[in-house]
Design a binder for this molecule. Structure first.
Ligand code: FAD
Length: 116
């Protein structure tokens, strides 16, 4: 087992980053201002340039060019990001996530109370 204070490898970085991104989307305003919507779109464009895994960043840039961030509401942003994560899951041969459960996973906790 590696000590906890080593640089993040690709998978640790990915897990931590998805946690941050999905949490951010789940707490994004329901009704963002125009400025917030523009800033969130910029955030993802800038993020995709500097994500510190080059092949990941290049594919993510292509993906968000085809599917630009949907920043007009919390639900649209969360669903859009879930789909982007599923695109990476598909590429890596991982199971796809059921995007109807996005807020249970990242904001509210599971309906069975297991996260309470
Ligand atoms: P992760 O995929 O990290 O997921 C963490 C948790 O998120 C899961 O346990 C699950 O509960 C939840 N989850 C899973 N799917 C979804 C979804 N669709 N929506 C919401 N929640 C979900 N790795 C590569 O090898 N090649 C790449 O090209 C690559 N590109 C990446 C691009 C980005 C922008 C990011 C952030 C990461 C990328 N990664 C890439 C890393 C990769 O996606 C995983 O993070 C890594 O393989 C670890 O996977 P994991 O199985 O632990 O779960």
């Amino acid at each position: 087992v590696k000590p906890a204070d080593c640089p993040l490898d690709k998978d640790d970085l990915g897990r931590s980053t998805w946690g941050f991104l999905h949490s951010m989307a789940s707490y994004y305003p329901d009704k963002p201002t125009r400025r917030q919507a523009e800033d969130m779109s910029k955030f993802f464009n800038i993020f995709s340039q500097f994500y510190p895994c080059e092949p990941c960043a290049l594919d993510f840039q292509e993906d968000i060019k085809k599917h630009p961030p949907k920043t007009d509401s919390r639900d649209h942003l969360a669903q859009w990001l879930c789909e982007r994560h599923n695109t990476v899951n598909r590429k890596l041969g991982k199971p796809l996530f059921d995007c109807s459960k996005i807020h249970e996973r990242w904001r509210d906790g599971w309906k069975d109370g297991s996260c309470d």
